[in-house]
Design a protein around this ligand. Structure first.
Ligand code: MEV
Length: 308
């Protein structure tokens, strides 16, 4: 049977990371960095020409165990640095599931989002569906917020997340990648330990939730000044939860003089920050001067698709 290629975008979280694991709201948007997966049925199971090592490829192994019978050859390529906070593992899951589903069934975003979330949950131990739903759907998504067009709901343990389509107005965001790879699982586990043992941490999670609700209103009314200041406030709250780093703080501080606001995005610990700005050149220069790698991103990116 012929091979086929699917791709899926990375994402940035505008507000709400970590708190969303506890059922709080989040706002996320797909970015124009993509993960590509070419698959073909085969006699053996190969990934980029090598026999699959299940410890090194937990996401792929889970997806193949659950949804593929027989051998397969998988070739991957990615614009999204891994451990960058930009959703590389979610985009891997979304593109691989999209490719696999094309062999046996009609395309179905909801099924793909559910399967991709299950693969992340299995590999990370604890997760919300924000990254995987953003990658599958593309454009923008809101989690646990009223108002948008409902897409699907996903439950796990006692949590339920309602995912809706988010119209993201034209915004200029600059990503600053620290160059430090920080896998999501250990950071989510670190916050969980704090959350389970401290009412103060629970209060911070609640505060992130309220801030994200206010930010959704600022976003829909095009209030960049308000949205930016809430992003900067969110960065402070995430720092209290222990997921920022010296490098992230340095890039946030460098971007702030030319931005409406700036914060870490994704799991933190290293990874990336984002700045909301109308002076992207200045922000890029400032990020580069402090050792970061800048990318200017635009909204309106498609979700997971079959390319050929
Ligand atoms: C990671 O991009 C976002 C986190 O909230 C984890 C998750 O929601 O699964 C840190």
């Amino acid at each position: 049977m012929a091979s086929l290629t699917a791709s899926a975008p990375g994402k940035v979280i505008l507000l709400g990371e970590h708190a969303v694991v506890y059922g709080k709201p989040a706002l996320a948007m797909a970015i124009d960095l993509r993960f590509r997966c070419t698959i073909a049925p085969s006699d053996s199971v190969l990934i980029n020409g090598w026999e699959i090592d299940r410890a090194k490829h937990p996401y792929t192994s889970h997806i193949l165990n659950e949804h593929w019978r027989g051998g397969i050859e998988i070739e991957t390529s990615s614009d999204i640095p891994s451990g960058s906070g930009l959703g590389s593992s979610a985009a891997l899951c979304a593109s691989l599931n999209t490719a696999i589903m094309a062999y046996g069934m009609e395309p179905d975003e909801e099924v793909c989002a559910r399967r991709s979330f299950e693969a992340e949950l299995n590999a990370q131990g604890s997760a919300s569906p924000v990254d995987t739903s953003a990658s599958v759907h593309g454009q923008g998504i809101a989690v646990n917020l009223e108002g948008g067009k409902p897409l699907w709901g996903i439950s796990h343990a006692e949590r339920r997340w309602s995912i809706s389509h988010l119209d993201v107005p034209r915004l200029t965001l600059v990503i600053g990648h620290t160059g430090i790879s920080a896998p999501t699982g250990p950071l989510v586990a670190k916050v969980r330990r704090y959350y389970e043992h401290s009412n103060f941490a629970k209060d911070i999670v609640d505060e992130i939730g309220s801030l994200t609700e206010d930010a959704a209103k600022a976003l829909s009314s095009g209030d960049r000044v308000g949205l930016g200041s809430m992003m900067t406030e969110d960065h402070k709250l995430l720092s209290i939860l222990g997921v920022s780093s010296r490098e992230l703080d340095k890039l946030v501080q460098a971007a702030l003089p030319y931005s409406f606001g700036a914060k870490l995005t994704g799991a933190g610990g290293g990874g990336s920050m984002i700045a909301l700005t109308d002076r992207p050149d200045k922000v890029c220069e400032a990020i580069e001067r402090r050792g970061g790698r800048p990318y200017v991103v635009s909204s309106g990116q498609p979700g997971a698709i079959i390319e050929k």
